[in-house]
Design a protein around this ligand. Structure first.
Ligand code: SAM
Ligand code: SF4
Length: 510
């Protein structure tokens, strides 16, 4: 190992495995050796809540408090909500979750595309197709030219403005490579097919392995959006069973303290997640909430997003089919509803791992972001004829929703939901604590309504078929009328930008 310009370089995978974790950067956030994922507390609260059917009056009181304050709920309240099975009470909770989502995020859903950069990996996660030693996986690291070809499809043909860049964990694709891919993604522009207008990626979120503070500063400086790290399972014994001790990922404390290091490095949009199906779903929801509490306690900022990946089949492993903790679609929806009530201000992401019916149901259960036209094979977008092609030997797991972005946009428009391509918040410095307050008061939701309309207009004009444009026009009209009613004095300014967008200006935002 050597240190260059403040970050460390490793000579090979073994060197990385032995030296990557920085123990002081774990200990700092576990004072007295006590972990904020308090296993005893989770079990105690769940046991208490499970000992008798939940009292509907208490459930309603918790729901009303979440609706009124939009603050993260205490663990005991979350444990109570998790026990509700009565269909009528569940429906009340769902309606409240949907109302909170509307108050905070309005009627918009933000869209993005996953873009897999690399699959070499030093770890051995038993459920993942990328794990080291899986000979069925073809290993590949995108070159910057290949990345530009991928963006030509993702931004130039499909019309996405934001990606989640995904990486295996390997010294060859660590911080320097991640930073280079982010820079390349921002710098590359292409031409929209219908108008020839400039198209490109405006926000790069990252899903990668936990990093030390110095490396996170490097990513901050190149303009990373959200840094996502899924905990997989918060239940330590299960975590240790699924992630071998010889691997970097086998260190539970390094992973759980990652977002504390992010905040310290100035990366204040962080994305939590648990991989549902590995352990008891109620335990995972409780732990996600405790994780949010600890970030709020240390930094006054909770998670920008929470993701809800669910186990899918993957090459060379039977864990996704044989785990005793697999959940059904109704339970999945309950997880979303309870999380929306428990962490009311957070963005909630449901990916193409879910089948279309399940994702459609999540649209009214608190979800705020989804991907579409996704291809998660390495170089999948530009190598394949159809974006829906899947290649088990080149991807981490299989996808269940292969709908195109255009199909999803039209489906959502039919339900009165506007698709947002907005990336303004991040570029205006509305991240971390700044955005938390705006979200809790509902200010951000209204503000973003305008940016959603402008970016939706761009996408319709640049990428959509005439049928889709016609299907979505009434929704745009309705949104503009809503803005007029809500902000009569500001409306002429909005219309000036809207008309400029109709006339070919791009990337106008408030
Ligand atoms: N390699 C890095 C890591 O593990 O931290 C980056 C993330 S990995 C490429 C993306 C995520 O995919 C994992 O965190 C995990 O939650 C999810 N994943 C892995 N195997 C999966 C499977 N079989 N089904 C669904 N999701 C899976
Ligand atoms: Fe590697 Fe991430 Fe897959 Fe684990 S989940 S094997 S760390 S790519």
């Amino acid at each position: 190992m050597t240190t260059v310009g403040g970050t460390r370089r490793f000579k090979d995978a073994q060197d990385y495995l032995e030296h990557f974790i920085v123990q002081e950067q774990i200990d700092k956030y576990l004072p007295g050796g006590k972990h904020f994922i308090d296993d005893a507390l989770i079990n105690r609260e769940l046991e208490k809540a499970r000992s008798a059917p939940p009292d509907p009056a208490r459930v309603r009181e918790i729901v009303a408090r979440s609706t009124a304050t939009r603050e993260t709920l205490p663990a005991a309240d979350v444990a109570t909500l998790l026990q509700v099975t009565d269909p009528d009470l569940l429906e009340e909770m769902r309606a409240a979750a949907d109302a909170i989502k509307h108050a905070v995020y309005d009627n918009r859903i933000v869209v993005f595309a996953p873009l897999y950069m690399s699959n070499p990996c030093v770890n051995g996660c038993t459920y993942c197709g990328f794990r080291s030693g899986n000979s069925r996986q073809q290993r590949r690291i995108l070159t910057m030219d290949e990345l530009r070809e991928e963006i030509d499809v993702v931004a130039g043909r499909i019309g996405h403005k934001r990606i989640i860049a995904v990486y295996g964990e390997h010294p060859d694709t660590s911080t320097d490579y991640i930073a280079e891919t982010i820079r390349t993604a921002y710098a590359h522009t292409c031409k929209a097919p219908k108008t020839g207008a400039p198209a490109g990626i405006r926000r790069v979120n990252v899903n990668a392995a936990p990093l030390p503070v110095e490396d996170l500063r490097v990513l901050h400086d190149v303009g990373i959006g959200t840094f996502q790290v899924f905990q997989e399972t918060y239940h330590r014994p299960t975590y240790e069973k699924l992630h071998p001790a010889w691997s970097v990922k086998g260190n539970y404390d390094w992973r759980t303290t990652c977002f504390h290091r992010c905040m310290e490095a100035g990366v204040d949009d962080v994305g939590l997640g648990a991989l549902f199906g590995l352990y008891d779903w109620q335990y995972e929801v409780m732990a996600l909430v405790l994780h949010a509490h600890d970030l709020e306690r240390w930094f006054g900022i909770g998670p920008h997003t929470i993701s809800f990946p669910r186990l899918e089949p993957a090459s060379g492993t039977r864990v996704p089919e044989e785990s005793p903790y697999l959940i059904d679609d109704d339970t999945f929806k309950r997880i979303l509803v309870v999380t929306r009530l428990a962490v009311p201000y957070t963005g909630m992401i449901v990916t193409c791992r879910e089948r279309p019916e399940s994702r459609n149901a999540c649209l009214s259960a608190g979800m705020t972001q989804l991907d579409a036209s996704s291809n998660i094979a390495i170089k999948g977008y530009s190598d394949s004829c159809k974006v829906s092609d899947q290649a088990e030997d080149r991807q981490q797991f299989m996808l269940a929703d292969n709908r195109s972005l255009e199909e999803v946009v039209r489906y959502m428009a039919g339900r009165g939901i506007i698709t947002s391509f907005c990336t303004a918040g991040y570029r205006c410095g509305r991240t971390g604590g700044c955005i938390m307050d705006a979200l809790k008061t509902g200010r951000e939701g209204k503000f973003c309504k305008i940016n959603a309309v402008l970016t939706f207009r761009e996408w319709l004009d640049d990428f959509a078929s005439p049928e889709t444009v016609a299907a979505c026009e009434p929704l745009i009209r309705k949104e503009l009328d809503g803005i007029k009613e809500w902000l009569p004095k500001f409306y002429p300014t909005v219309m000036k930008q809207y008309e400029a967008t109709c006339n070919g200006s791009r990337d106008l935002f408030f």
